[in-house]
Design a protein around this ligand. Structure first.
Ligand code: F6P
Length: 547
């Protein structure tokens, strides 16, 4: 397949149809403007059941969203007219969906979800994936058991992953999310920020002679990661062992030459191909820190959970396809009902980094200004994604969610079972989550609180939320959860007609930083920029003689 394959673009007749469907959706929005979800529940006793789906260990309840049967069927028509079904098949078939970088989009191959005979760039995709996965898991096994020892022949006790964006957020979030599955073989740490406070704070409590450094960077050209890698390399070398870098530094990258040039030996490099986007790379060797923390079996279960969701996504028709429904509801909320942001609130302590992970997944993927063909877009394609863990979140910004004039759709992410020994606490946690979704739906009755001081108590309600219930926050369910969001984001991008797999917007800041750095270090004169930028540099740069 090439970039003209089905799913990559739309014909004129598709476009005309899409325009008509969008107009119909706009008029449906007017129809439901004064309607309340509570009345829909009353009129249709089966609403909760018919809008709740079970897939891959997850139960997803969409019934508290402002959609009725007419809206949903029109949204499904929108998906059909924008080629969603063809795009899904095209992705699994290795089509060049990332047209601006001329790449296939095959993170699904990392969890065994493509056909065995699929080839890209003359290579069998499954073979490449399996070879590198087995190499990585073999190394993980040796490091965990102590067979891969330190330069002084001691067991590795700590691992520090240096990476940023997709080379950090996924492994960091999942390593934390899987805390109950850590078996104590190794402590795993993450450092992303170029602000050396993070790295130095991490290293200060570690013993360089028993610490393994993983430099994770798809491009191996990211300034933050390379700056930290240099500091960490020197920290290792300060032990006086000249062989320590060879033994205790490894890399995860798709650019082998750059890693070798940095000084890490070829047999210490774990690779993935450029058809894995950075923010979709946690399933690849980028997930090595997760495997180091939880072991091979659990890492394979993570992949299996994602594989289950992939199969559902690939095979299920639009009207029962959970990632598709989730995407359609997001588009309805954002582009038709006008809700500009999306809160994600995990009611599971160890999943507290999920919102950050999803920020990159959604906003870097769909925060675009032009279509696949470079045409200016007429509507925004990514809501602002934000959130923190519940119940803490309830005592921070839920006030605004309940009474602020602007509604914010919320995804509540819950785990039915807990992995600790305090069942009462878990009942409290889940009770709060459910109560919050009920409060958003019902509000506080107008008659009770319309006048006088009661006006201050009025909560409008009728505010949308989805509840995603994991049977248990285990590797398999978490794999399915992340794959659900990945596919949702892909479908939204397809409906908007954008390329969800490039990120050129991030480049501008990087380019300007490299231009002005010589001015900050004093090796170039302060000139040629706007007055504010020059003024800030004047204020910030360290003067000669200043320490
Ligand atoms: O933030 C921009 C970005 O390019 C992300 O897409 C990517 O995940 C991150 O930088 C890190 O890139 P790399 O893995 O190449 O160091």
């Amino acid at each position: 397949m090439n970039k003209n394959s089905p799913g990559a673009g739309l014909t004129q007749s598709n476009r005309d149809q899409t325009t008509r469907i969008r107009a119909d959706l706009a008029s449906l929005r007017e129809d439901i403007r004064g309607e309340r979800m509570l009345d829909w529940f009353a009129a249709d006793p089966a609403r909760a059941e018919s809008l709740t789906f079970k897939v891959a260990g997850l139960t997803v309840d969409f019934s508290k969203q402002r959609v009725n049967a007419s809206v949903l069927s029109k949204l499904q028509a929108l998906a059909a007219s924008t080629g969603v079904e063809q795009a899904i098949q095209a992705m699994f078939a290795g089509a060049v969906l990332n047209n601006t970088e001329n790449r296939a989009v095959l993170h699904v191959a990392l969890r065994g979800s493509v056909d065995d005979d699929l080839c890209v760039d003359g290579e069998n995709v499954s073979d490449v994936v399996t070879t590198e996965l087995e190499r990585m898991l073999a190394a993980v096994g040796k490091i965990r058991s102590g067979d891969w020892s330190s330069v002084t022949d001691r067991k590795i006790t700590d691992v520090v992953n240096l990476g940023i964006g997709g080379s950090d957020l996924g492994p960091r979030m999942l390593t934390q999310a899987l805390t109950p599955f850590h078996d104590g073989q190794l402590r795993v740490h993450f450092v992303a920020n170029v602000d050396a406070h993070e790295l130095l704070d991490t290293l200060q409590s570690l013993d360089a002679e028993t610490t393994l450094i993983i430099v994770a960077s798809k491009s191996f050209g990211t300034e933050e990661t390379l700056a930290n890698a240099k500091i960490a390399k020197n920290w290792l070398l300060d032990t006086g062992h000249s062989e320590i870098v060879n033994q205790q530094m490894m890399a995860v990258s798709s650019n082998v030459q750059r890693v070798v040039d940095f000084g890490i030996a070829a047999d210490r490099i774990f690779q993935f191909r450029d058809w894995v986007g950075g923010r979709y790379s946690v399933w690849s060797v980028v997930g090595m820190p997760i495997a180091l923390a939880v072991g091979e079996d659990n890492f394979r279960k993570l992949l299996r959970g994602a594989n289950l969701m992939d199969r559902h996504f690939r095979e299920e028709p639009l009207h029962t396809n959970v990632p598709v429904i989730m995407a359609l509801i997001s588009i309805w909320n954002h582009n038709f009902l006008g809700y500009g942001s999306q809160a994600v609130v995990p009611y599971y302590h160890f999943l507290q980094r999920l919102p950050q992970y999803l920020q990159q997944a959604e906003m870097e993927s769909n925060g675009k200004g032009v279509s696949r063909d470079g045409e200016k877009l007429l509507e925004p394609c990514s809501p602002v994604v934000w959130g923190t863990a519940g119940t803490d979140a309830q005592h921070a910004y839920f006030q605004m969610l309940h009474q602020g004039p602007e509604a914010v759709p919320v995804d509540f992410v819950l785990s039915r079972r807990c992995l600790h020994t305090e069942p009462d606490s878990h009942v409290r946690l889940l009770t709060h989550a459910i109560a919050q979704s009920e409060a958003l739906l019902c509000g506080r009755s107008e008659s009770d609180s319309r006048s006088g001081s009661a006006a201050h108590k009025y909560c409008p309600g009728n505010r949308p939320s989805t509840t995603v219930l994991l049977e248990q926050a285990d590797p398999e369910n978490l794999g399915a959860l992340l794959a659900l969001y990945e596919h949702k984001i892909f479908v939204q991008g397809q409906i908007h007609g954008i390329n969800s797999f490039d990120q050129f917007g991030v480049e501008l800041g990087k380019q300007l930083a490299s231009e002005i750095r010589p001015m900050m270090t004093g090796s170039a004169p302060l000139q040629g920029r706007d007055a504010s930028t020059l003024g800030l540099m004047r204020l910030c740069r360290i003067q000669p003689g200043e320490s």
